[in-house]
Design a protein around this ligand. Structure first.
Ligand code: 9MJ
Length: 696
């Protein structure tokens, strides 16, 4: 048994299959980089053992078989592909080969981006598009004329003065990044399959048997070469040929140049590399072509590729790796984000060890599991992400089958589950029904949220602690000197002076700032707690309405039924507060339902944080006594505060959300869900005019 020969046949099998999935099925299961790597491994082995080369080796042909449904097209001039290079040295070697092959000291190149799309050949007879064909296996492709006719970038009839009798143009069909994003959003909205990248979207769109579908997908095209030209004299250079095509009405990429020598090639590579994230289309490298067509002819071809051109690829933006763990990261607002911890992999020029999985729904949709092999993408400066799972590489185990003698297989790993509690602080994790994000309810108690929460607590609109900036908070938390905002008030001179870059004077100032902050106001105090959805205005409304926090500081009862009733009562109480709707009310209830949060509030009061008593809005005597109003939409003349003041002056209350208890909804223009709810519940609906009339 020859293990190298086994490897050769294994590689051929894999490459055949991957090419079939990629070219014929439009459903690749591995990233391009993996294909390239296996391909070059096979090339190396075949180079060392020429006796093993077979006519059907993937190195002898390009791509896969045409789909049987499209008519085959024999390419009069084979559609070859380009050799790839990755390193600067490969480029120096290419330039050297070219110079030596031509016996010259310097060569001029026509250079441009390498589009990541679908190669296409367009034939024009007497200036009219007669046939469009895909590359297929390079010798024959598929007739996609009907589909190509729908691509607006491709001229149906040529313009210009010199009209060749026959012209065969080569180029790339692609989808712009923005059209790809739009297509995927549409597909997801319609519950249809999304595409992994613009290349697959372009291929999937062009290979539709129904050209009406192709027409709805926005595809574009760039010409990059001429395969045949009869009845017209071609310019003597590649760059001249491009200008010739521009004159005939073809789209040709503007990011092109003429450069000299390996230095010129590498400068262009770096220049385009810098522009790459901002380009409207995906490119996977740049292409260098000897500019003189006579020199191109002199150099000729080797097996599947021209000697006069090379593709200089950028580091792969997609790679394969395995998921070692799925951790939960706790964000600033308590958002729990699943993050895939990956076996380190080099993608897009950096080593990637983590990739965001966004949220629970996303992990479910992609069904990413620990132990899975995944495709990781890193495009530009974008955070690396898991594009999808290679399902066939999922680790499996044998299990007993339906009868005694058979076995079946099932995955070793199980689907991901979002934790029910915060992994950092143990508080409950909650997810709103229509929300994608799961959040930790730990608030001030949660270590991961603590730094941010402390910063918020000390900020100007909250307790306004002079001198307590984020650098100091960072140090205090890292040194475990401060766990909750209450701990700020027991910091000593020695502890502060021990911090980095903290002189005695600034320590003194900070202590004074801390002491001063104890005398605050209730709105500031409520705002400082950092309750989700409770901004300055809501904090003010809550303070004004309750005058104290006591109703919320009682623990929830133990029993399930009692607990539910108490929550309902609290929600009801809170939605009586002007501008507090069910979402805000729920955030407040969730916050105070956590014992840790209540303890922090009490501890702050115990260390001496205090505020002047607030005169609670007491309902005035008037015609609206006992009535609850809800304002929605824009009233013709009254501002929101004016309308509210008018209602309160007449003894009424203004609440934030509509319920059975609402007496009247005053609706203006662009009233939304509150008006709908009022209609559903049969609540009285007034206009501004009705309100004024009732007060007259
Ligand atoms: C791409 N993909 O952008 C060629 N290509 O030339 C460009 N491909 C090519 N040229 C000869 N710009 C064979 C393929």
């Amino acid at each position: 048994m020859n293990s190298t020969l086994d490897r050769v046949s294994e590689l051929r099998g894999l490459l055949h299959r991957y090419a079939h999935e990629y070219y014929v099925l439009d459903a690749p299961t591995v990233p391009d980089a993996e294909y390239d790597r296996l391909f070059s491994e096979l090339q190396t082995l075949e180079y060392a053992h020429p006796e093993w080369v077979t006519v059907d080796s993937p190195t002898r042909r390009v791509g896969g078989k045409p789909l049987p449904e499209f008519s085959p097209v024999i390419h009069k001039v084979p559609m070859l592909s380009l050799n790839n290079a990755f390193e600067d040295e490969d480029i120096a070697a290419f330039d050297k080969r070219v110079r030596e092959g031509l016996g010259v000291t310097e060569v001029v190149y026509d250079v441009g981006p390498k589009f990541d799309g679908l190669a296409i050949s367009l034939t024009y007879v007497d200036g009219v598009l007669t046939q469009a064909a895909t590359r297929g296996d390079g010798a024959s492709g598929e007739d996609v004329t009907q589909n190509v006719r729908t691509i607006r970038a491709i001229p149906l009839r040529l313009s210009g003065e010199t009209m060749p009798a026959v012209l065969e143009v080569r180029g790339e069909v692609l989808m712009l990044k923005k059209d790809f994003a739009r297509l995927n959003a549409d597909q997801a909205a319609r519950g249809q399959k999304t595409f992994a990248n613009p290349r697959n979207a372009a291929a999937g769109s062009l290979r539709q048997l129904d050209s009406r579908i192709t027409a709805m997908r926005r595809l574009t095209f760039f010409a990059y070469g001429i395969a045949q030209c009869e009845g017209s004299v071609l310019p003597p250079t590649q760059s001249g040929a491009m200008d010739f095509l521009v004159n005939l009405g073809f789209p040709v990429c503007h990011e092109r140049a003429r450069v000299t020598g390996a230095g010129g090639l590498l400068d262009f590579y770096r220049n385009i590399g810098g522009k790459r994230p901002g380009l409207p289309y995906d490119i996977d490298g740049v292409v260098y072509k000897v500019d003189s067509l006579a020199q191109q002819e002199e150099l000729g071809f080797v097996s599947r590729a021209p000697r006069w051109a090379i593709a200089h690829k950028y580091p792969a933006q997609e790679e394969l790796t395995t998921v070692e763990a799925i951790d939960i990261q706790v964000g600033r607002t308590g958002a729990l984000t699943p993050v895939a911890r990956l076996k380190p992999v080099f993608v897009g020029g950096v080593t990637v060890t983590n990739a965001t999985l966004h949220n629970e729904d996303e992990v479910r949709r992609k069904d990413v599991r620990v132990g899975d092999t995944v495709i990781v993408r890193r495009a530009g400066d974008v955070i690396p992400e898991v594009v999808g799972v290679v399902l066939e590489k999922r680790p499996m185990k044998d299990v007993p089958g339906t009868d005694l003698f058979s076995t079946a297989q099932e995955p070793v790993n199980s689907p991901f589950e979002m934790p029910k509690t915060c992994p950092v602080c143990g508080s409950h994790a909650v997810k709103g029904e229509d929300e994608a994000v799961t959040r930790c309810t730990g608030g001030l108690y949660c270590a991961a949220q603590r730094k941010q929460a402390l910063w918020h607590f000390a900020s100007r609109k909250a307790l306004d602690i002079d001198g307590l900036g984020d650098k100091i908070i960072e140090q205090l938390v890292d040194a475990d000197l401060v766990k909750t905002p209450a701990d700020i008030y027991s910091l000593s001179m020695e502890q502060l002076a021990g911090l980095e870059r903290m002189g005695e004077k600034s320590a003194q100032n900070l202590l004074a700032g801390i002491a001063n902050s104890k005398n605050t106001t209730l709105p500031r105090f409520i705002y400082a707690l950092g309750i989700r959805n409770v901004g300055e205005a809501t904090a003010r409304d809550l303070a004004q309405h309750f005058g104290m926090l006591d109703p919320l500081l009682l623990p929830l009862p133990e029993g399930d039924t009692e607990r539910k009733q108490d929550i309902a009562r609290r929600l009801d109480l809170l939605t009586q507060v002007p501008d507090v709707g069910p979402v805000v009310a729920q955030s407040i209830v969730d916050f105070f339902a956590e014992a840790h949060n209540r303890e922090v509030v009490l501890a702050l009061i115990n260390v001496g944080v205090n505020w002047p008593a607030i005169e609670v809005n007491v309902a005035k005597e008037g015609p609206f006594n006992g009535k609850t109003f809800v304002l929605t939409g824009t009233l013709p003349t009254l501002g929101r505060d004016e309308a509210k003041a008018m209602i309160e002056a007449a003894g009424g209350k203004v609440a934030g959300s509509v319920s059975k208890k609402t007496s009247v909804v005053v609706a203006g223009e662009e009233a939304g869900s509150k008006l709908v709810k009022a209609q559903e519940l049969g609540v009285n609906i007034w206009s501004e005019e009705d309100l004024r009339a009732a007060l007259d």
